[in-house]
Design a protein around this ligand. Sequence first.
Ligand code: ATP
Ligand code: MG
Length: 433
Amino acid sequence: MSKIRSIQSIRGVHDILPHQSPAWQYLENCLRELMHEYGYAEIRMPIMESTELFKRSIGEVTDIVEKEMYTFTDRNESSLTLRPEGTAGCVRAGIQHGLLYNQQQRLWYMGPMFRRERPQKGRYRQFHQIGVETFGMKGPDIDAELIAMTARLWRRLGLKQIQLELNSIGSTASRQAYRAVLVDYFSQHESLLDEDSRRRLTTNPMRILDSKNPALTELLTHAPSIIDHLDEASEAHFERLKKLLDAMHIPYIINPRLVRGLDYYSKTVFEWTTRELGSQGTVCGGGRYDGLVEQLGSKQTPACGFGMGMERVLSLMEAQGITQNAPPPEYFLMMIGDNAQLTGMQLAEQLRDQISDLRLICNCGGGSFKAQIKRADKSAARYALIIGDDEVKMKTIAIKPLRDREAQQISLPQTELAMTILSQRNKATNNND
Ligand code: ATP
Ligand code: MG
């Protein structure tokens, strides 16, 4: 008989295993609370969209659209794509449901994104982002709010060694003027460019600044700076943003080479980076995209947002020793014999009615006393509740401490169980205080 080979997950995607989910849930809860506190509302978009949406918003000559999208033809021949990021879908939904025109919106979403990149630490083909998007606010105050919100998140999580890099890429017009200067510079040094950059020289020269090739560092360091080519309005916006950040005591460094990978940005761009995650050091990136709503077919609407890589935040937490464990169960109910099972299952449901948040595991799958106490111990519960034939007859139940060797097992009437659990809980919280 030939052995059947088991199927493995596909390259670059990961299972989040039971021991990992407490950290995820902790981060997700922190984010939900933070969003709520700042007055942001959740929006949930589909994971699939028309391919056209991403081509039109992200831009045809970006890494994402050129080579990273999971695109396939549906049965009716339409082209669909698994979302590589959330901004496009959020704007699409906003326009479609009339959320953007002539109003202010503060929105967020959380979920998986898909990019066909070369998998490595911190870079996956399915990864998770929280995205935050704001609409209808054109001043730098909202840019500052978004940055302050992320700074607060790092503080809440206890994360250190993350720095804010800031830049302005100006208006479309000033960017075009800068583009010409940049093309001039790179053309003079064309022999030093790598293949990718040479191609970008004609398609998207600003993206050369974004190159991660160390061989280009020297060339990029001396490249003309976009900050010297800003239009007046963008410069004023940038100055005001810096002033607001100073007032809120949020340190930043200006990085004139920060251009961000996507085409739809204008004015403010920012990234939170760390050196503790190797070359995948960008934890969060965002900026202003005043042109995107119009580009996707609606009225001109100012917009600003960011995307944060949740896996990267989690690895940074791990690197800095910030761990989360799910609280263990409080009780494990052992039921020895068929009659005990009838009484026990009924009692367990009554307890759950009476005590909120009770963490109680019922033994399932039968077993001897020895087998059940083994399970109880493995569950990490503080106490075992024990019902056998005698307890059924006498309408009692035993409580056996599993962690405290000094403590004694007690027996009590089933009717007093809820009260006893409540007082045990009170004692436990008082001891923890
Ligand atoms: P990078 O420069 O690392 O490729 P990016 O500019 O492509 O990032 P964005 O599109 O701005 O990234 O996405 C926002 C955030 O999502 C990033 O800062 C990063 O934390 C995270 N991210 C992006 N791509 C991946 C990926 N393939 N795997 C894990 N996280 C990712
Ligand atoms: Mg990328």
